[in-house]
Ligand binder design. Sequence first.
Ligand code: GLV
Ligand code: MG
Length: 349
Amino acid sequence: MRSPKDFFKPLAVGAPAPLREIPVRPSRMIHFFPASNEKMRSKLPDLAPKVDVLLANLEDGVPATDKDAARAGLVEVANTVDFGDTQFWTRVNSLDSPWGLDDLTAAVLDCGEALDVVMVPKVEGPEDIHYVDRLLAQLEAKAGRSKPVLVHAILETARGVANVEEICLASPRMQGLSLGPADLAANRRMKTTRVGGGHPDYVVRADAVPDDPDGLRVTSQQDLWHYTIARMVDACVTAGILPYYGPFGDIADGVACEDQFRNAYLLGCVGAWSLHPSQIDIAKRVFSPRPADVAHALRVIEAMGDGTGAIMLDGKMEDDASCKQCQVVVALAEELAARDPELAASYGW
Ligand code: GLV
Ligand code: MG
């Protein structure tokens, strides 16, 4: 038993009070950099104003021999880079790895107040979040942090997907979830060999025509990630936290990356990971409402007056529900435009 009132009590004496609402800040792209790489670190002051989130990656992609250097790189960046309005996150190693504990400890004890969010990979159930929650509270109390570090979980095991609602609701620290299609594919024993995106063999095929059984039958490639993203979005919205698409590994295929990101955007995700500078602009384009969509949404809202009833506009029925969808688009556009003057200008604001 636990009183609901206790949910918002600090989990350690001296730790900051948990937040009641997740701060919703633009996060169209979570830009990954390998924290062990000095050359990459030197580019961060120039990169910071161009992205919504900068993430120091300590986990997969960083060789075992560089794990200590990556952790030291995280600390150096946290203490030297001016992030301005850009959020600063880190992805720590998994909780069962030899490095996870030292990563979490350094993220809180040695990074001052710079760090906004810790991304925890391979989260399988609420017990993982409870562990991190208490540990972070103890570390925050020790460090004298004034605001709590938030937690973002990667959904990348079948058990994690099965427990997604419980994960989202496990702590007031939960900020959001990302889909981790590469690890999830491996864990599910899917037969793909790539990092996110579709697969040419995952198709539906038109029926054969009886008169021409050997004739061409059109196929259409399907989205391998539709089910998981939709589940993730519902779980996140239920908990009042934010869903993100994760990585798209085929850096050279910007078109397919844009399609995958846009499917996630349309289904309700607020952003995706960028693994290469070329994906920053793709994410910015996809996760910012198009000027034409914003103009249309504003027209519907205006025509709907107090937002109730039904009207005809350009031959289409608009009602309370379509008006609410338009309000979602306009609210997102306003939030992003407040931080992105170029985008604001494209809306004519
Ligand atoms: C990301 O971490 C993934 O496994 O896709
Ligand atoms: Mg992974």
